[in-house]
Design a protein around this ligand. Structure first.
Ligand SMILES: [Fe+2]
Length: 248
């Protein structure tokens, strides 16, 4: 197909994405993108335990204490280079995408490896000063209500695979607000499950942890058309987020 036929289609997709992000900033989201799923038993039990213990004490976590989010994170490249690399390859496999499709009907793939958000490790603690040696921590670990930005031409699906959530609550610290209604997720059965939602349409938060609580998760980024935008403004936005989360 000639460039003259492809280009208009690409430009229309770029304009749509740009408008979508502008609407997001105004708090307007699509009512047809409010579905979410929980897929249980992602890894076989023995492999899950191995993965969880290898990632529990990851040494290269970057700490972030912003106005709306406090916690630690490890970007995808460092994560794959570390101890969990081998079991994590399953998340890039056809077997995994087939499982997602079988459970949800969605045809999603992971975004390209160049994106450090493709797969990352997020860590929240109720005692961040004790855990990290940080002095004068201004707020407990958690993340306020927000929707994500999208830098892909296709739908942006966020996946949260809980490795450990050790809290005093019956429900997860992760909460979603599809159609404006706060939805809680039972903590029982949460570990080794994947919560999948369109993070640029479904508002979400992580309630603040309190002393004695701990939570760490894998964050996945998937799309039905993982083509990164040409829009320099959106790419700059993503670089700012990456700097904040991972210090990159
Ligand atoms: Fe988010």
């Amino acid at each position: 197909m000639g460039l003259s036929r492809i280009l208009p289609r690409r430009l229309r997709a770029e304009v749509r994405l740009h408008q979508h992000n502008r609407q997001n900033r105004l708090g307007r989201v699509s009512q047809s993108a409010q579905s979410w799923y929980q897929i249980t038993n992602i890894f076989p039990e023995a492999l899950f335990e191995e993965l969880r213990s290898s990632l529990a004490n990851c040494p290269r976590l970057t700490r972030n204490e912003g106005a709306w989010r406090s916690g630690s994170a490890l970007d995808g490249r460092s994560l794959m280079a570390g101890g969990g690399g081998l079991p994590l390859q399953y998340l890039s496999s056809n077997a995994f995408t087939s499982r997602i499709q079988g459970e949800t009907g969605l045809s999603l793939t992971m975004v390209p490896e160049a994106d450090v958000n493709r797969l990352s490790l997020l860590f929240y603690s109720g005692d961040p000063d004790r855990e990290t040696g940080a002095v004068g921590v201004p707020r407990p670990d958690g993340c306020g209500w927000h929707v994500d930005g999208n830098i892909y031409l296709g739908q942006r699906w966020a996946g949260i695979l809980t490795l450990k959530e050790s809290t005093f609550d019956d429900v997860s610290k992760l909460e979603l607000r599809p159609h404006g209604t706060t939805t809680t997720i039972l903590r029982q059965g949460l570990e080794n499950s994947l919560i999948l939602f369109q993070g640029d349409h479904v508002s979400h938060r992580v309630r603040d942890l309190v002393s004695g609580e701990k939570r760490f998760v894998l964050s996945l980024l998937m799309s039905d058309n993982p083509i990164m935008t040409w829009n320099l403004w959106l790419r700059r936005y993503q670089r700012r987020v990456n700097r904040m989360f991972y210090g990159l």
